[in-house]
Ligand binder design. Structure first.
Ligand SMILES: Cc1cc2nc3c(=O)[nH]c(=O)nc-3n(C[C@H](O)[C@H](O)[C@H](O)COP(=O)(O)OP(=O)(O)OC[C@H]3O[C@@H](n4cnc5c(N)ncnc54)[C@H](O)[C@@H]3O)c2cc1C
Length: 470
């Protein structure tokens, strides 16, 4: 008899939802988590603090209102790091409590400390204090240990002048200038937040482009906006050295350029957190990036051990991790479940934000799928004028063969929420005609769907009319 039916290692979105799902099935469940990390990277250092920081930046800088009240509009003229982090600490504290309460309410035991395998069914959880450890056995195990920022060995991180994305939340001051190394999602989100705060930002990226999985027109709009806020992009450039003095940093690039800045933030990928698990004792191993391989049911090569969330790699998003955790628990206890929908949205919380669902124009062109584009610009929507967003846009890609939606791409206010309308229509196999024939609240940003749908159908009608004559 094992101590638990399920032991979950890590309390991020994947671990949490695995534990709750198993508890709802009446199983005896425990979650092992470091005492100061309840809720995982998601709640403590990743999604929630970064999105709260973004909200604090938008509010205090008055950024979203400047179209209305002028470029010098500010809610607070001198914004300190304490102003920004107060909101973050409040939200993180609240979320930690919600998660702890949810686990306890569902009779999930919380084992505080770092877990490591003794054998495939036995795990020791050790806290920081001497003698603070507990060894437990479990029939099934879910590994949901997530990732941590990769820190290149040659860079001297001091969490003051040279930081990674975790250390941003412990900054002592708002930098006057910042070099962001890496134009991935996390790097570019933070770059845009600091630019909105008035920090002079330089982004260094070794690839020639950024966010190339997104619609190029949307990425161009973002780059235009960021340049307008004094962001400098150095694409196709590699950092060779970062030097620190008491007053700041000098970043040298392989091309010979040197950039002086108050701080440097590295956002150079993430590494799976598997080094402390002693995976070998469970009969498992991780790849060189610390990731664990799983099958379509999130089962590792040891059938009673599952792995979910960022530790298994792509897409490494909180929303996906949650569902992976739930599905792993269902599979472990033979509870029938449907697979996740293949159609998943992507949200990038830059300032302004980006979101999309489905295919891009480049993908459709490569696959030789004929389509028409319907576009709506927020500046032509009453709600766009009301909220002061003159740059936002929605682009809809419509099949000219069967009028289904193939992709929706949004840029601007509310993009990460609005995308779900397009996602729902696409997932249900709906056509552009649904959006033409349906009545939407007015004045809303959702109206962008109607405008874009009319734009696309007008173009398709014009094309059909000419084609009939030809
Ligand atoms: C700056 C940033 C911004 C992000 N923004 C977004 C966003 O806007 N939207 C989005 O969907 N996703 C976002 N993400 C990604 C999102 O945070 C992750 O996809 C999500 O947190 C992964 O969940 P997870 O279940 O894998 O566990 P994680 O949240 O990574 O948590 C893993 C937990 O496991 C614990 N752990 C590790 N090893 C052990 C051990 N041996 N014993 C006990 N506990 C252990 C850790 O302490 C940690 O608490 C962001 C990430 C970052 C870094």
């Amino acid at each position: 008899m094992y101590d638990y039916d399920l032991l979950v290692i890590g309390s991020g979105p994947g671990g949490q939802k695995a534990a709750i799902a198993a508890a709802k099935l009446g199983k005896r469940v425990a979650v092992a988590e470091r005492r100061d990390m309840m809720g995982g990277v998601c709640v403590n250092t990743g999604t929630i603090p970064s999105k709260t920081l973004r909200e604090a930046v938008l509010y205090l800088t008055g950024f979203a209102q400047r179209d209305m009240y002028g470029a010098s509009y500010r809610v607070k003229s001198e914004i300190t790091i304490a102003d920004l982090l107060a909101r973050t600490q409040h939200v993180v504290g609240r979320e930690v409590e919600v998660i702890r309460n949810q686990l306890l309410r569902n009779h999930v035991d919380i084992l505080g400390g770092t877990a490591r395998f003794e054998d495939p069914h036995t795990v020791t959880v050790a806290g920081d204090a001497r003698g603070d450890h507990k060894t437990v056995t479990a029939e099934k195990v879910v590994i949901a240990t997530g990732t941590k920022p990769a820190r290149p060995a040659e860079v001297a991180f001091d969490d003051d002048h040279v930081l990674d994305s975790d250390a941003v939340l412990k900054m002592q001051r708002v930098p006057s200038s910042l070099v962001v190394v890496g134009a991935g999602v996390i790097g570019i989100e933070y770059a845009s937040m600091f630019a909105a705060l008035g920090t002079r930002v330089t982004v260094v990226e070794k690839r020639p482009t950024m966010l190339d999985f997104c619609d190029p027109e949307v990425v161009e709009s973002l780059k235009f906006h960021l340049r307008d806020q004094s962001v400098t992009f150095r694409f196709g450039e590699e950092v060779s050295k970062v030097e620190t003095t008491s007053r700041g940093t000098v970043t040298s690039l392989a091309s010979g350029k040197r950039i002086a800045a108050d701080m440097v933030m590295y956002s150079a990928g993430r590494q799976g957190v598997t080094d402390e698990l002693d995976l070998g004792k469970a009969g498992l191993e991780a790849d060189r990036r610390g990731r664990i391989s799983v099958d379509e049911h999130y089962r590792t090569s040891v059938p009673h051990i599952y792995a979910v969330g960022d530790v298994i790699g792509f897409p490494a998003l909180a929303a996906t991790s949650m569902d992976q955790g739930r599905l792993a628990a269902y599979h472990a206890f033979d509870e029938p479940a449907r697979e996740l929908q293949a159609l998943q949205p992507i949200g990038i919380y830059t300032v302004p934000e980006i979101s999309y669902c489905g295919l891009t124009e480049a993908e459709l062109t490569t696959r030789a799928v004929p389509y028409e584009v319907g576009t709506s610009r927020y500046r032509e929507l009453a709600r766009g004028a009301i909220v002061g967003d003159s740059y936002g846009m929605l682009k809809m890609l419509v099949s000219t063969q069967d009028r289904t939606l193939l992709g929706v791409h949004l840029f601007g206010t509310g993009a990460t929420d609005l995308v779900h309308i397009g996602q729902a229509v696409m997932a249900c196999g709906g056509t552009v005609d649904y959006l033409v024939d349906t009545v939407l609240n007015y004045p809303t940003l959702s109206e962008a769907y109607k405008v874009a749908a009319l734009d696309a159908t007008n173009k398709i009608r014009a094309l059909d009319a000419l084609a009939a004559e030809a």
